[in-house]
Design a protein around this ligand. Structure first.
Ligand SMILES: Cc1cc2nc3c(=O)[nH]c(=O)nc-3n(C[C@H](O)[C@H](O)[C@H](O)COP(=O)(O)OP(=O)(O)OC[C@H]3O[C@@H](n4cnc5c(N)ncnc54)[C@H](O)[C@@H]3O)c2cc1C
Length: 367
């Protein structure tokens, strides 16, 4: 069996892993990224603020759909269209996007291989075994960044509890077009979550979430009826996948750092995960570069903890019942609320002032 020795091993080549590998390579570290399937297409809306491209200096030449507005639809059918001002949203194709991120990591000097993690031994030197198309190989490293998603094998090999999740079902419908990201609320089709219609570069992705994987497909059927659109749902085109529910717990086990979905780092309430996966990959890389793994948690908490906590409060309040979801749509009809939300969402403003104003605004409506 071939054995590779590197400074850092990154398991999983989605947004978290590819960003971590890129940053480590840029800092001159010997890094190997191993991805189970280099042509993987993650089931995902692919929605993100355009500012992500600028912040991570990503090339603009991949296909994407520009989103002109966001629509919220209440359980009773009240529709609120919010024009995107002071920022922009786009949806990308995840196969193309993830490939691009890995290509950048590779250009900067990371070794990118295909293989599935099939064995792991922790310790001062980590030993990992992968199974690839041509058989098994071993990688020895001083650090491991676990970015292998919501079903993390690294967690499993270390005997850690899996990430909590909401189960989603989604499908692409080529016959429809929209330039709006639509969020539909209602216990009938999305109890404790929301259903969505997102534009893709071709067609739309329609999906819904459920705490019960067994009833998720029925929820999607009910949502399609609710949309009142004559769309046939082909069973083989429907994909089920988990979105982590953040609980703020796991960051690291000694020299093994968890980033992105493997650490449950998806924003509560909006369930936006791509940007946060990329940032956590970046923070994980920085902490390894500085030789201070404990820095990772500090960086993450300093930047995101208040935001995640507040959004978790909103999630438990507004997803509680249809009456609460009605209230949510009403609150967002307030122009000041819309401006603050767009600054936090589309520009990813770091300033605590914007978050505090946002919290205060909500306070006015909730009390
Ligand atoms: C239906 C759905 C819609 C979503 N829509 C949006 C959206 O519109 N906007 C948004 O921001 N977020 C969205 N999300 C969330 C977003 O997809 C994730 O938060 C994001 O992909 C997390 O990135 P990651 O790199 O941590 O994990 P992932 O993107 O899941 O990447 C993990 C990688 O690890 C690899 N891997 C897994 N196991 C192994 C193994 N044993 N060995 C080697 N490699 C392995 C996988 O193949 C995968 O490439 C959505 C999620 C779902 C399920």
């Amino acid at each position: 069996m071939t054995t590779y020795k590197v400074d850092v091993l990154v398991v999983g080549g989605g947004p978290a892993g590819a960003t971590a590998a890129r940053r480590l390579a840029e800092a001159g570290r010997e890094v190997m990224l191993v991805e189970r399937d280099l042509s993987h297409q993650k089931p995902c809306g692919g929605g993100m603020p355009s500012s992500v491209f600028k912040e991570f200096q990503l090339p603009e030449d991949i296909s994407f759909k520009r989103v002109k507005k966001v629509s919220l639809v209440s359980p009773a059918g009240r529709r609120l269209d919010i024009e995107l001002k002071g920022g922009e949203l786009r949806t990308v194709d995840r196969r193309e996007f993830d490939r691009m991120l890995r290509a950048i990591a590779s250009e900067r000097g990371a070794t990118v291989l295909e293989g599935t993690l099939t064995g792991l031994q922790s310790g001062k030197t980590i030993k990992a075994v992968f199974t690839g198309r041509d058989g098994q190989y071993e990688v020895k490293a001083g650090y491991l960044i676990a970015s292998d998603g919501v079903n993390s094998s690294v967690r499993r090999f270390l005997g850690l509890k899996p990430v909590n999740y909401v189960y989603t079902v989604t499908s692409i419908f080529d016959s429809m077009e929209t330039d709006s990201c639509e969020f539909w609320f209602g216990s009938e089709h999305a109890p404790g979550f929301y259903s969505w219609v997102f534009p893709k570069s071709s067609g739309v992705s329609i999906g819904t979430g459920s705490s019960n994987p067994k009833t998720a497909r029925d929820s999607l059927k009910r949502f399609l009826l609710r949309l009142n659109r004559e769309i046939a749902m082909e069973n083989d085109a429907v994909r089920g996948y988990k979105i982590p529910l953040w609980d703020g717990r796991l960051f690291r086990k000694k020299n093994i750092i968890f980033a992105g979905d493997s650490a449950g780092q998806v924003m509560p309430f909006s369930f936006e995960g791509i940007y946060y996966a990329m940032k956590s990959g970046e923070f994980a890389a920085q902490s390894v570069i500085e030789g201070r793994p404990a820095l990772y948690e500090k960086l993450w908490k300093g930047r995101f903890l208040s935001r995640f906590r507040f959004m978790k409060v909103l999630q438990s309040y507004f997803f509680k019942s249809d009456a609460h979801a009605e209230r949510l749509v009403h609150i967002f009809s307030n122009p000041e609320m819309q401006t603050l939300c767009m600054r936090l969402w589309l520009k990813k403003e770091k300033s605590r002032g914007v978050l505090i104003s946002f919290i205060k605004q909500f306070g006015k409506f909730i009390n």
